[in-house]
Design a protein around this ligand. Structure first.
Ligand code: 5GP
Ligand code: 5GP
Length: 227
């Protein structure tokens, strides 16, 4: 190809860099998702405690998920960069306490963490390498204490029902950000607080108000089970 016209060369280069950029970062923000262990365990399917023991009475990390403003999201973006536990060996004890797995059979968590990296983490590797994907997610958990925010508003994990709006208000008060609440059903079919979503900017530098919320809704009054 002849490119002796400088304007044409600049146009080609611009197009190339735009294409490279859009391929490198095909998302607009992250959902930072935490799960309530009591609501994972009291379902029909039940749960298994990790091999390291029963997790603390606290929300646990589910994941940090790249998402687009139109509600869609990329997944499983790079099979050439699979999860490698040796890259996060310095984070193991922190991972075990803050990102415990509850799936059966009982295990040490590597399967859950590997799934999260392979499905979601590989889609943000232009921003966060494997070590930093986990380290940064752990640091977000440290920044906002959801259970404390709820307790400060008198909302306790005691099996009672609370209004969805009081839960959202408590988290907004405690964290400064509006959460999205996902519910599931306990083994008797009662709607309960399962996961809490907050949003993080596309550089993973801090929390933002969510550009868009996932679909679905809880009832107006939901249980907060014990664990
Ligand atoms: P579910 O269908 O149970 O809501 O979600 C199954 C899995 O799909 C989630 O654990 C997560 O990995 C992915 N997922 C569901 N909804 C979203 C979403 O809105 N954004 C992203 N990035 N992932 C999602
Ligand atoms: P996602 O819903 O993020 O796509 O997938 C979650 C996957 O991780 C499922 O295959 C699920 O069995 C596994 N998993 C392992 N431990 C946990 C856990 O503690 N909570 C959730 N939600 N999924 C877990």
């Amino acid at each position: 190809m002849q490119s002796n016209n400088p304007l044409r060369l600049i146009k080609l280069l611009t197009l190339h860099s735009l294409l490279t950029l859009s391929a490198a970062q095909d998302f607009d923000f992250f959902y930072f998702v935490q799960q309530w262990p009591g609501s994972y365990c009291d379902t029909k399917q039940g749960c298994c405690y990790p091999s390291t023991g029963k997790p603390a009475l606290d929300f646990g990390i589910h994941g940090l998920w790249p998402n687009r403003n139109d509600g869609t999201y990329p997944s499983n973006c790079d099979s050439s960069n699979p999860f490698d536990a040796s890259k996060i060996s310095d984070l193991t004890s922190h991972m075990q306490s803050e990102w415990p797995t509850l799936s059966c059979p009982s295990n040490n968590g590597l399967t859950f963490w590997g799934h999260e990296w392979d499905k979601h983490g590989t889609c943000s590797e232009s921003v966060l390498n494997q070590h930093d994907y986990f380290a940064t997610t752990l640091s977000f958990k440290n920044e906002i204490n959801l259970l404390q925010a709820l307790k400060s508003a008198g909302i306790q994990p005691n099996g009672q029902k609370y209004s969805l709006s009081s839960i959202k208000t408590a988290i907004k008060q405690g964290s400064g950000y509006t959460p999205w609440i996902e519910c599931n059903n306990d083994s008797s079919g009662n709607s309960q607080l399962y996961q809490i979503y907050l949003c993080v900017d596309s550089s993973a530098s801090g929390f933002i108000e969510c550009p868009v919320f996932p679909n679905g809704s809880c009832g107006s009054s939901i249980e907060f089970p014990a664990f």
